[in-house]
Write a protein that binds this ligand. Structure first.
Ligand code: NDP
Length: 254
């Protein structure tokens, strides 16, 4: 058994067409995994598939809205039809609506919870029969610093990301005996479309992130490649239920 080898494995990466999800997908592809990129934007997904194929693996794009249980079930069927197996699930798709609690509508609350948290539950549940049948599986859940901290403009986002850590623990304990490991990772401030929008809207954010992050820089999507390989490979076979910060020290800065 090679510790960090993923040759022949198949990974589903939700939101794998850009940002952190693409960083994770690239790490997995470099270790030999075939990738199903799951997202809504067809053009972005096609471009991601093209780049992933440069690593000598098979990649496909499956257009799916992860808030829709029927579409998730169809997506998993398509992955198994295409590749004949499914070994790794990265629950990464996410969104944010930046509003104070008093301004956030119930519909907006549900949109964020459905996209960030319920989707992870539904995708994990849909993949579980494949893991069980194969006798192994890996689930990687994308949390946030908002899994730990709060902020005035993140009521739904923080609730969803805190929930992601607890969902991780519940799934980890439920499926450990099936040799399925479930872990969460907590990104700090990473340079992606999501935070580029925030940087534009929030004056001084860029400077505050640099000052507050001990590493003195924003994270890059490439910073997620190694973590993805560790959590998806035999190297982490006795690691489950954890929440690992990938934050340049942000969460331990006193
Ligand atoms: P991006 O905006 O680049 O990525 C978001 C991804 O989610 C896109 O690929 C998008 O694909 C997908 N997505 C959103 N809604 C849906 C949906 N309903 N169905 C399917 N796919 C969906 O931003 P990031 O890379 O920054 O975000 C990725 C994850 O990382 C999120 O969960 C975010 O909360 C988390 N995160 C990011 C941090 C950062 O600093 N950037 C910090 C902490 C956590 P499409 O548009 O094609 O649907």
């Amino acid at each position: 058994m090679k510790l960090f080898e993923l040759a022949g494995k198949v990974a589903v990466v939700t939101g794998g067409n850009g940002g952190i999800g693409f960083g994770m997908a690239e790490g997995l592809a470099q270790a030999g995994a075939n990738i199903a990129v799951v997202g809504r934007n067809r053009d972005k997904s096609a471009a991601a598939v093209h780049k992933l194929e440069q690593h000598g693996v098979q990649a496909v794009s499956i257009e799916t809205d992860v808030t829709d249980e029927v579409q998730i079930s169809t997506m998993v069927d398509e992955v198994v039809d295409t590749f004949g197996r499914l070994d790794i699930l990265v629950n990464n798709a996410g969104t944010n609506i930046r509003k104070r609690p008093e301004d956030l509508s119930a519909a907006e609350w549900h949109q964020v919870l459905d996209t960030n948290l319920t989707s992870a539950f539904l995708c994990s549940k849909a993949c579980y029969p494949q893991f069980k049948e194969a006798g192994a599986g890996k689930v990687l859940n994308n949390g946030s610093m908002m899994s730990i901290f709060g902020a005035p403009w993140t009521p739904a986002y923080a609730a969803s990301k805190g929930g992601m850590v607890q969902l991780t623990k519940a799934l980890a304990t439920a499926w450990a005996a099936d040799n399925v490991q479930v872990n969460c990772f907590l990104p700090g401030w990473i340079d992606t479309d999501l935070t580029r929008r925030a940087r534009r809207d929030v004056p001084g954010l860029h400077e505050r992130v640099l000052e507050r992050t001990p590493a003195g820089r924003w994270g890059d999507i490439a910073d997620f490649q190694g973590l993805a390989v560790f959590l998806a490979s035999p190297a982490s076979n006795f690691v489950t239920g954890t929440a690992i910060p990938v934050d340049g020290g942000f969460s331990v800065m006193g």
